[in-house]
Design a protein around this ligand. Structure first.
Ligand code: FES
Length: 122
């Protein structure tokens, strides 16, 4: 019997300001938003990839995220204003408590749209 693998994304990440034109990429279970973008060849800027340097700082335009780490490098007021660190942000169900990991990823998190994404120059 073959091991079960899933190729169904949790949701999609929309990047309307991507160089060369808007992109939508699948976000697979266990992947951060940054990992999803990089896997699809989107040239998002990053450095630490652990939520501290803020090189990937973006603005959440729609959707909900949770964080892999207890306290990503954002001030509470920045989080409240929609700032997001894609390197440690994962899709969250709208039913999840903001800032915590979703309890049940089968809840189909909504698609996510980011603005103000730092992209690498071509
Ligand atoms: S790459 Fe450093 S905070 Fe995202």
């Amino acid at each position: 019997m073959q091991p079960s693998t899933t190729t169904t994304p949790l949701c999609h990440l929309h990047l309307p300001q991507c160089p060369g034109g808007a992109r939508s990429v699948p976000v697979m279970a266990g992947h951060s938003l940054l990992e999803a973008a990089l896997a699809a060849g989107v040239p998002m800027d990053s450095s630490c990839r652990n939520g501290t340097c803020r090189a990937c700082l973006s603005q959440l335009a729609s959707g909900t995220v949770a964080y892999r780490v207890e306290w990503p490098g954002l001030l509470p007021e920045e989080k409240a204003a929609g700032a997001v660190l894609p390197c440690v942000a994962i899709p969250a169900s709208a039913a999840a408590t903001p800032g915590t990991a979703p309890r049940d990823t089968a809840l189909n998190p909504p698609d996510i749209t980011l603005h103000g994404v730092p992209f690498l120059a071509p």
